[in-house]
Structure formats: C-alpha cells, structure tokens
Design a protein around this ligand. Structure first.
Ligand SMILES: [Cu+2]
Length: 127
C-alpha cells in the first residue's frame, strides 16, 4: 500500500533530510528544491538560528516566507540584495516577500546585530 497522494509528506521529509545534511562542504547539489521550488519557507528560532542550513529554489520569481518560532525579532535578507527585500518577524508573526533570482548560490541571513554571527545564516541554492 503506497499512498501516492501523500506528496506533501514526502516533500517535508526531503526538506528535513536536506536540512540535516547541510553541514558538509557544499555537497548538497542533488537536493530537491524545497516545496514547489518557487517558495522558500524559513523558520527563525529564539536560539538565533534558522530551521535549516541550506535551502533550494528554482530560478525566477522566488517567494520567501519567514515565520517566527519564539519571541525574538528576526529578519531575513539575501546577501547583496538587502535593499530589495527585508522580511521582519516579531511576536510570533510571519512575513513574506519576493525576489527574482538567477541560478547560483546565495546567502540568507538575519541582519539584527549579532544574529548572523550566532548562526542566523544559511545557503540558498537556485538552480
Ligand atoms: Cu535574528
């Protein structure tokens, strides 16, 4: 019995696997894009970390969704594109925005003082 309709759970599992495998030296090249590839979901934790070390998307218009797990204010920006999108969450909220990205590797981070150094930095691979 293999429920083929359970695609959502499979994608979630793939995301978790990708997140767990993020400690290497850029060896995640075969990771499937998160979700449908057009939306990058990021969770921000009070321990000053995101839910994954690496995310993936497909080139083109990418929607970023930042959600807060906890109470600390956090942001999400793409290095070099800080002026184009800056998501901010506080009080358990969410924020979203869009960027048009070409294939390549990007860095996501939280621009609140000290947070990036504490670990709020992640890779984004756009293929
Ligand atoms: Cu932060």
């Amino acid at each position: 019995m293999r429920p083929r309709s359970n695609i959502g759970a499979s994608v979630a599992a793939a995301v978790l696997l990708a997140a767990c495998g993020g400690g290497g030296d850029g060896s995640g090249g075969d990771a499937d894009p998160v979700g449908d590839g057009h939306t990058v979901h990021v969770q921000a934790f009070d321990r000053q970390d995101y839910d994954a070390d690496g995310y993936a998307a497909v080139a083109g218009e990418v929607t970023f969704e930042l959600s807060q797990v906890g109470t600390q204010e956090h942001t999400l920006v793409v290095e070099g594109m800080e002026d184009e999108m800056r998501l901010v969450v506080e009080d358990g909220g969410t924020d979203s925005g869009k960027l048009t990205l070409e294939p390549g590797r990007y860095i996501l981070y939280c621009d609140i003082a000290g947070h990036r150094a504490s670990g709020m930095e992640a890779r984004l691979t756009v293929g």
